[in-house]
Design a protein. Structure first.
Length: 362
């Protein structure tokens, strides 16, 4: 079964697409964004998928690709157009190539015009295609930089994208109005730049007179993307927490597993790590008990009483299932706590894994 997810970067209005083969667990990421690698990695982990490749539709001018970071984290291969002249790629793609993920694949179609190295990726059954900036929803990418050409873009869209089946769904690289998907039939009929009776001369005249401003991030993003997102050596990267082995879930919450927390406590770090139980008093002393040494601080009181917690020491929040305590981590971070994690699965997991517990007041 195909696994499909459409993800969004609000800063650049960029869409990232995840395609996965549930049988093999292999997946592709199309147009990953540098700042969202942690999010994408968490989603892949939660869905039980392993990224085999990142595919960029072109050398972007408005954001930096996450391809290099994904490769560093999971070993996924970096792929983009051979016309891009990018360094650090594992495979340079050309028209007619095929990229496999498990038993599924995407076909590569060269669609230059927005940039010289634009590609469109078409799913094997031609039910969906990923057009990057070549064809947007009721629009298209600009053609006035990076070897852009109105004539080439017109031919690319007409010959390689609008030639697909009418019911093929088209997923763009961006949308600035909140639209998510279109189809060949819709764009053939309603796209004011490229649909209907518009010919190459009409399109070229339109594109040559847009008068758009220079992209704000172009001077930074293009050189970074020509390195496939490899950070500049002088650029400081955000570091993952080092006070314990943690994982970040798709919601952006750092989690600690029960076995890891117990190992930290048993290893003599019980005085270093503050375990804050955010349940109600009757739950704290009830049937599930509580973690030895935990402090009771109900969620409803947490914001007002956060000054009672030492900001210089790590905090692990706990509740029955991990839901309320996840919200507690958000509240604490807003209050200036930088070392916070949620106990994955809460006391239900803690007890299910036969970890030590106390009952009664603490």
């Amino acid at each position: 079964m195909l696994v499909f997810r459409q993800l969004f970067d609000p800063q650049s209005s960029t869409y990232t697409y995840l395609l996965g083969d549930s049988s093999s667990g292999e997946a592709l990421l199309i147009d990953p964004v540098f700042e969202h690698v942690r999010r994408d990695t968490a989603l892949l982990r939660e869905l039980g998928l392993r990224p085999v490749a990142t595919l960029d539709t072109h050398v972007h001018a408005d954001h930096v690709t996450g391809a290099w970071l994904h490769k560093a984290g999971s070993g996924s291969r970096i792929m983009l157009s051979e016309a891009s002249a990018a360094a650090n790629a594992d495979r340079l793609l050309k028209h007619g190539d095929r990229v496999w993920f498990g038993g599924r694949h995407v076909d590569v179609r060269a669609t230059p015009g927005h940039t010289n190295g634009c590609l469109t990726y078409v799913l094997d059954d031609q039910s969906m295609a990923f057009t990057g900036d070549c064809l947007l929803i009721r629009g298209c990418g600009r053609t006035d930089f990076q070897q852009g050409s109105p004539a080439r873009l017109y031919r690319s869209v007409r010959e390689q994208i609008l030639s697909l089946p009418l019911d093929c769904l088209l997923y763009p690289g961006h949308d600035y109005r909140g639209l998510t998907v279109t189809s060949v039939a819709e764009e053939e009929t309603f796209n004011p730049r490229l649909g209907g009776a518009v010919n190459e001369a009409d399109f070229s005249g339109y594109m040559n007179n847009l008068g758009l401003p220079h992209p704000k991030l172009m001077d930074f993003a293009v050189p970074a993307n020509l390195r496939c997102g490899q950070p500049d050596p002088t650029m400081a990267l955000a570091q993952d927490p080092s006070w314990a082995p943690l994982s970040c879930n798709f919601s952006g919450v750092w989690e600690i597993q029960p076995s890891v927390l117990e190992e930290c406590i048993a290893g003599g770090r019980g005085d270093d790590i503050q375990v804050i139980d955010v349940r109600e008093p009757e739950e704290f002393t009830g049937g599930l008990g509580h973690i030895p040494g935990a402090r009771l601080l109900p969620l409803a009181e947490l914001a007002a009483r956060s000054a009672e917690i030492d900001k210089s020491r790590p905090v692990v929040t706990v509740c029955r299932s991990g839901a309320r305590s996840a919200q507690a981590t958000v509240l604490l971070q807003k209050s200036g706590f930088s070392q916070v994690a949620n106990l994955a699965g809460g006391m239900l997991r803690w007890r299910a894994e036969a970890m030590p517990f106390d009952q009664g007041a603490s």
